[in-house]
Design a protein around this ligand. Sequence first.
Ligand SMILES: [Fe+2]
Ligand SMILES: [Fe+2]
Length: 199
Amino acid sequence: MEQNKTTLGLNLPTDPRWINIAEMNIEDILVDHAYCEQKAASSCISLIVSYPERRELVDMLTPVVAEEWAHFERVIEQLNKRGYALGKQRKDEYVSALNGILKKGGSRDQQLTEKLLMNALIEARSCERFKILWKNIEDEELSMFYYELMVSEAGHYHNFLDLAKSYSGEEYVINRWKEFLEAEAEIIKNLEVRGDRMH
Ligand SMILES: [Fe+2]
Ligand SMILES: [Fe+2]
């Protein structure tokens, strides 16, 4: 299904008001977006250095670090083109709330699966937001940029889910993923819709 390819089964679609206010705040959106890419790269680096014995993980995530950093570079390019500076990182209420979904304790493998699913979730929501930007934003160059990112983040989403399945088994991951999706929908429902944040 077309929908599943680009919204990746999220339970709650983005509030339609978001695109209008986001388009009016493109500087803020680009700054927030740059930090999302930085955090995506940092998060993969942290997985690699925390689980260096997991060869499949190291092999799969090493190129993802490079891709996320290339995305960061391209967002900086878009900021520079418009005469904007990167500016300070803003509080990421979405990711802070998502941290609350993670099960504490458990084995090292269970912790890894929690982290992989968290990464998959952020990729899925980012992908959904990029799709909205691609389809709605007037600026043609930015629209195409977001199309490319949507495709790339969908690939990362699959990387994280595949890794989680290889460590914790398909059945466990599918069930736990459903819980993540339910909790994420609740978080999105309770977050203020603001045009200066990517999430
Ligand atoms: Fe990215
Ligand atoms: Fe990504």
